[in-house]
Design a protein around this ligand. Structure first.
Ligand SMILES: [Fe+2]
Length: 380
């Protein structure tokens, strides 16, 4: 059992490291906007192969104007591939990150004999591939693929698939930014959206939760006449507050029965894990500590640091109210949603114990505005 526990910790450490890599790429994306598309995508491919060592080769390819073009490859011969004049319809379409076992058969069907032969001579022999669709507003415009060599004994693990998802959403964001180049979209926000979507894919029951917490929390900030900077921090903290849940095993996260003490301790860790992941990014560092303290209670009975009163950052105190409220009015793995009236009265009854009474006062006094913001259901 000890061994099992130890290997679970190792796995989680590994996943934490992998997520840090994705976030550091997001930072680079922000800092090196001048670098060419090819440079950045090669960089992503290199990191993906490094973080998913199960794979031996890889490629990023896109379709444009009816042509299927390889942007970068590892192992495969890119010059040869791009000379083949491949057509868009030859690219494999997958709705989700998938393991594809029979590349060859698919290619044989979509290509004529001559193209198929040349294609086969340009790529290394592959046993199976992990293929992630790259999407922009135009739909699926490419693939990120990692391949296991024919002779290899390895197979892709479920962790590999989670990490691949993260790399694919980051790559999609990058491609989207290129499409949008001239619109004034906030890049950092796009990247955070990608990360949040990634998390919500992982936890079935939080779809849209983060965005609604972000909206409610920033609305409270506005009602409290806080600075624009703080309101922005409230919004971003709301979006990423549960990012550390990515490191909680799925079986605990989506469990329908009561959690054991041990399991609950693991769930509580999402605050610290979220802090660690965000703190590794110079851009998100500022809000890392707000994430760390979003489960602290006004009376000191919260976690992880048991802080009291205004030792807890105001942003965290506001997130705490917004988070609890939103959670109560949504369905969860283990229960149905509570009514809005019940949720408001619960928040009020915990004023001064769990929650900062100054925040609760503003919150309860402005029921309508809060509900209006919180009921905008869609992410983005
Ligand atoms: Fe949380």
């Amino acid at each position: 059992a000890n061994f099992e526990l130890e290997s679970a910790y190792l796995e989680r450490d590994k996943l934490l490291g992998r997520l840090k890599t994705v976030i550091s790429l997001a930072d680079e994306l922000l800092e090196s906007r001048e670098s060419t598309q090819e440079q950045f995508l090669s960089h992503i491919l290199e990191k993906a192969l490094y973080e998913i060592p199960t794979a031996d080769y890889g490629s990023i390819s896109v379709t444009e104007g009816g042509v299927w073009k390889f942007v970068c490859t590892a192992g495969h011969n890119i010059e040869k591939l791009n000379k083949l004049n491949l057509k868009s319809h030859m690219m494999v379409l997958v709705p989700e990150v998938s393991v594809v076992e029979d590349w060859n058969k698919i290619n044989q069907v979509s290509m004529n004999q001559n193209t198929y032969e040349q294609f086969s001579s340009a790529v290394k022999p592959v046993k199976s591939s992990l293929v992630a669709p790259l999407r922009t507003d135009k739909g699926q415009i490419g693939n990120l693929a990692l391949d296991i060599a024919k002779e290899s004994k390895e197979i892709f693990s479920s962790n590999d698939i989670e990490v691949m998802r993260a790399f694919a959403s980051l790559t999609s964001v990058f491609l989207k930014l290129h499409e949008y180049e001239r619109t004034k979209k906030d890049i950092s926000e796009q990247i955070i959206f990608a990360m949040v979507r990634m998390m919500e894919l992982y936890d079935n029951y939080t779809k849209g939760h983060s965005m609604r917490v972000a909206k409610i929390a920033s609305e409270i900030g506005r009602l409290m006449s806080l600075s624009e900077h703080t309101i922005k921090n409230l919004y971003w903290t709301g979006l990423v507050h549960d990012i550390g849940k990515l490191l909680i095993p799925k079986r605990i996260l989506n469990k329908k029965d009561a959690l054991s003490d041990e399991e609950y301790e693991i769930v509580k860790k999402h605050t610290v894990w979220g802090y660690e992941v965000l703190n590794s990014s110079p851009i998100l560092q500022e809000i890392a500590v707000y994430v760390l303290h979003h489960h602290e209670h006004w009376d000191g009975t919260g976690y992880p640091d048991h802080l009291e009163n205004d030792r807890i950052e105001l942003v965290s105190r506001i997130i705490s109210v917004a988070d609890s409220f939103e959670a109560m009015i949504s369905d969860r793995a283990y229960r149905k949603a509570f009514s809005v009236e019940y949720a408001f009265s619960e928040i009020e009854s915990c004023s001064g114990s769990q929650f900062d009474s100054a925040v609760v006062r503003v919150f309860v006094y402005n029921k309508h505005r809060i509900l209006e913001r919180g009921s905008e259901r869609e992410l983005r």
